[in-house]
Ligand binder design. Structure first.
Ligand code: SAM
Length: 201
């Protein structure tokens, strides 16, 4: 049998679209910052008619994810060790992603580090290029100030609308929500997530 690392981990090369790495063509979803792999190992197992890429910058975290994945349960998952930013347009075909999940992106709380935050205008505009119209972006963060920043960044960008009247309210499909390791740890400390849901116009 093929080793898990060879089966699941794919390389991101500009021009070689990640859309092509699955043996079966079906709707493609992206998770950014897969961490220890709770979401990417569990959610896709309930959606075997969709494909999922887990994009994670840290090789250590990719190894954590591999421990949770199995070729039997997760044939529709691939991992890519890649820093997500505006270069995302190089890795996916235009209007090819059906949705994106981002759970607890690094908040970079210090003002001088805000430019390192994932959610900002150049990234949102690049992401809009690879999303299908009506694709959904689901984000959670327990960091109140980053949540307000995220709401503001989406508000400023012409390609998205909030699917929630209150952009920080609880998700409508919370029954499908996967509680990640990070979320569990933070909740124990009293920090509970805000959930945001946007649609590509
Ligand atoms: C706070 S952890 C949350 C992990 C996981 N989503 C969870 O909820 O437990 C943030 C994760 O995102 C990864 N990460 C941060 N910035 C990233 C980026 N720009 N592209 C890809 N991964 C990133 C980090 O390596 C880390 O695994």
């Amino acid at each position: 049998m093929i080793a898990d690392s060879d089966y699941f981990v794919v390389e991101a090369k500009a021009g070689d679209f990640l859309n092509e790495v699955f043996p079966i063509r079906q709707d493609l979803y992206l998770e950014i910052g897969s961490g220890k792999g709770e979401f990417i190992s569990r959610y896709p197992a309930h959606h075997l008619d969709w494909n999922f890429i887990g994009m994670e910058k840290s090789p250590k975290r990719i190894r954590n994810c591999l421990k949770k994945l199995s070729q039997e349960a997760n044939p529709n998952v691939r991992l890519v060790c890649q820093y997500a930013d505006a270069s995302i347009v190089n890795y996916f075909r235009k209007e090819s992603l059906s949705g994106v999940f981002i759970q607890h992106p690094d908040p970079w709380p210090k003002r001088r580090h805000h430019r390192r935050r994932l959610i900002q205008q150049d990234f949102l505009s690049a992401l809009a290029e690879v999303l299908k119209p009506k694709a959904r972006i689901q984000i959670s963060t327990d960091h109140k100030e980053y949540a307000a920043w995220i709401v503001e960044q989406f508000l400023q960008n012409p390609h998205y609308l909030s699917l929630q009247d209150d952009p920080m309210q609880v998700l409508p499909n919370l029954d499908e929500h996967i509680v990640t390791w990070f979320e569990q740890e933070q909740s124990r400390l009293g920090y509970h997530p805000h959930f945001m849901l946007y649609e590509r116009i």
